[in-house]
Write a protein that binds this ligand. Structure first.
Ligand code: HEC
Ligand code: HEC
Length: 292
């Protein structure tokens, strides 16, 4: 009797393992083909200014859009993650040094990356938040490219991306923003310029950078990956609703909430928000406070 039960338990377990392996193989093959698809977008050309005001604006955008959190302080590229579960995630060297962007990487290539989410060869960028950068105004996009095209070369050759099983499964289930190329409305034209007057409209434009984690409705939700804290509601309905504007600004520049909670930069990138101007943070508050 016991032997029979053991035998059947063994067969059942073997069946489960086999089912898990074939499901995983299916997901993995499907993700590989989506990652290797080559896209072609109509070449777009925009005027890239060279004046110092535009370059300074581009530098500010690099600071407040978190480019350095992923690509490194000098945009020299960085291994963002390397473990067995998620795998190796690499944000490329954006300088023209060794291991960086090719010498012929031009404005249309920058636009392909920042507007459409693809490499020079049309293959998707992995984990690059192009679905956010695509919403930059034409004026900001050109300032960003102006700045990035003149940064000093840094030699830094990086290993290739190598997704682990957790990243494959989460991406397949749409729980990880792997392929922004699939999320972008590629026909949407760039807005010429964004509202630069302090207030809720400017806040809405800036808050695109918060939506990746705090969600499109800014109401937060589940942790972004296993092991991370849940993402809080930052509308009027959350803590922010009880904070004054001064407390909001103090939180986002010091990493400490009025309740005394210390934010870790790896969870909530407050070193990025600390680089927003006071006016920009005030606009963010006005916007978030306007959402019930
Ligand atoms: C969340 C992390 C993250 C942020 C923030 C981020 N990037 Fe990226 N970026 C990546 C990753 C990862 C890749 C590499 C994708 C790949 O190789 O598949 C990438 C690729 C790129 C590429 C394409 C390079 C190539 O080899 O084709 C450009 C250009 C780029 N990023 C520019 C920027 C700029 C400018 C900003 C800020 C506005 C920015 N990125 C913000 C993660 C990020
Ligand atoms: C990379 C993901 C990420 C991005 C981008 C991000 N946040 Fe957060 N944020 C978090 C997480 C996670 C927490 C919770 C951290 C904790 O519990 O320690 C948080 C916490 C906060 C808090 C504290 C809320 C509370 O209830 O205590 C505020 C305010 C906040 N974020 C505002 C912003 C704003 C404004 C932006 C955009 C400019 C932004 N965040 C961008 C992930 C992010």
């Amino acid at each position: 009797m016991i032997r029979k039960i053991l035998k059947w338990t063994g067969i059942l377990l073997a069946g489960l393992v086999l089912a898990a392996i074939s499901t995983y193989t299916y997901m993995s093959v499907s993700m590989k083909s989506r990652m290797n698809k080559a896209y072609a977008f109509e070449k777009e050309i925009i005027e890239i200014p060279t004046d110092s005001a535009a370059v300074a604006r581009g530098k500010h955008l690099v600071a407040i859009k978190g480019c350095q959190d992923c690509h490194g302080n000098k945009l020299e590229g960085k291994v963002m993650n390397d473990d067995g579960a998620i795998g190796r995630l690499v944000a490329g060297n954006l300088t023209k040094g060794k291991g960086g962007l090719p010498g012929n990487y031009d404005v249309s290539d920058w636009l392909n990356a920042l507007r459409h989410g693809v490499h020079q060869d049309g293959k998707p960028l992995l984990f690059m938040p192009s679905h956010e950068t695509t919403l930059l105004s034409r004026q900001d996009m050109s300032a960003l490219i102006a700045y990035c095209s003149q940064i000093p070369k840094v030699d830094n050759t990086l290993p290739a991306n190598d997704l682990g099983p957790v990243a494959v499964v989460m991406s397949y289930l749409g729980k990880m923003p792997l392929l922004s190329v699939e999320k972008i409305d590629h026909n949407k034209p760039m807005v010429a310029r964004a509202d630069s007057a302090e207030g809720a409209a400017q806040g809405k434009y800036l808050a695109v950078s918060c939506s990746g984690c705090h969600r499109e409705n800014f109401k937060g939700g589940e942790p972004l990956a296993p092991g991370f804290p849940p993402v809080p509601d930052i509308t009027r309905a959350g803590h922010v609703g009880k904070w004054t504007k001064a407390q909001f600004i103090a939180t986002l520049t010091s990493g400490k909430t009025p309740e005394g909670h210390v934010l870790k930069n790896e969870d909530m990138p407050w070193k990025m928000t600390a680089q927003y101007t006071r006016g920009e943070l005030s606009s963010l508050y006005d916007f978030l406070h306007s959402i019930q």
